[in-house]
Ligand binder design. Structure first.
Ligand code: FAD
Length: 195
């Protein structure tokens, strides 16, 4: 498969970085064609501006948006690796969605209503949290994040969500626990069919 990895963490020593390195290495070893867009490293501008709206009126997008859309078009599957910040996406990733998943590219509205345009593509989301699993379950926060992120963004745009995996309590567990999490990342990568 052609797999695009969209990565959102500013710290090269972070656990998210370890997840990114692990999944890229395993997917590549399994024979997938992998491309990485590290949003901080490329300095992606996440701010949706008046110029974006002006271009949209002419059926155009900014060059940096077009570049990212071309990566999405190329891919069979998009993998997002990110921490949960304020029970949502990091701002840089939210802005990537705002600008790249725009009207006419990711969704449209016609006589039948709102329709996703990215059908046939899969998405896998790997999220880390500081909060613990019990609290996320008891408060309904897993369900909320799945509704807003999986449903509100990806299913809405036509993607098939294969999995949204949460690694919880990441800063507070032992090194061995985090090692096991990386083993789970490897297993998730191995479970993806090559074609
Ligand atoms: P890091 O803190 O970078 O790393 C955790 C530990 O893993 C460190 O000890 C690091 O040295 C170690 N590590 C790095 N590489 C490896 C490796 N290869 N093997 C083993 N260990 C390794 N949490 C919530 O639950 N809900 C929220 O709403 C929320 N909001 C937040 C908002 C902000 C602005 C911030 C900064 C944090 C927030 N958090 C929240 C917490 C956040 O989700 C977690 O801190 C984050 O998910 C942990 O992932 P990380 O990659 O940043 O871990």
């Amino acid at each position: 498969m052609k797999i695009l990895l969209v990565y959102s963490h500013p710290n090269p020593g972070s656990f998210n970085h370890a997840i990114k390195e692990t999944i890229v290495s395993e997917l590549t070893a399994c024979g997938h064609d992998v491309k990485v867009r590290d949003l901080y490293a490329i300095g992606f501008d996440p701010v949706l501006k008046s110029t974006d709206f002006l271009l949209a009126q002419q059926g155009k997008v900014a060059d940096d948006v077009k570049l990212e859309q071309d990566f999405i078009v190329w891919s069979d599957m998009v993998v997002f690796v990110h921490p949960v910040w304020w029970f949502s996406l990091p701002a840089i990733l939210k802005g990537y969605i705002d600008r790249v998943f725009n009207y006419g590219f990711a969704y449209t509205i016609d006589e039948k209503g709102v329709r996703g345009l990215l059908n046939g593509k899969k998405v896998l989301i790997l999220s880390t949290t500081g909060g613990d699993e019990k609290t996320y379950t008891d408060t309904g926060m897993f369900k909320s994040l799945s509704q807003t992120i999986d449903g509100g963004i990806f299913t809405f745009c036509g993607f098939e969500v294969t999995e949204h995996k949460f690694f919880t309590s990441v800063p507070y567990v032992s090194g061995d626990e985090r090692k096991k999490m990386l083993e789970q990342v490897t297993a998730i990568a191995r479970a993806l069919a090559v074609n």
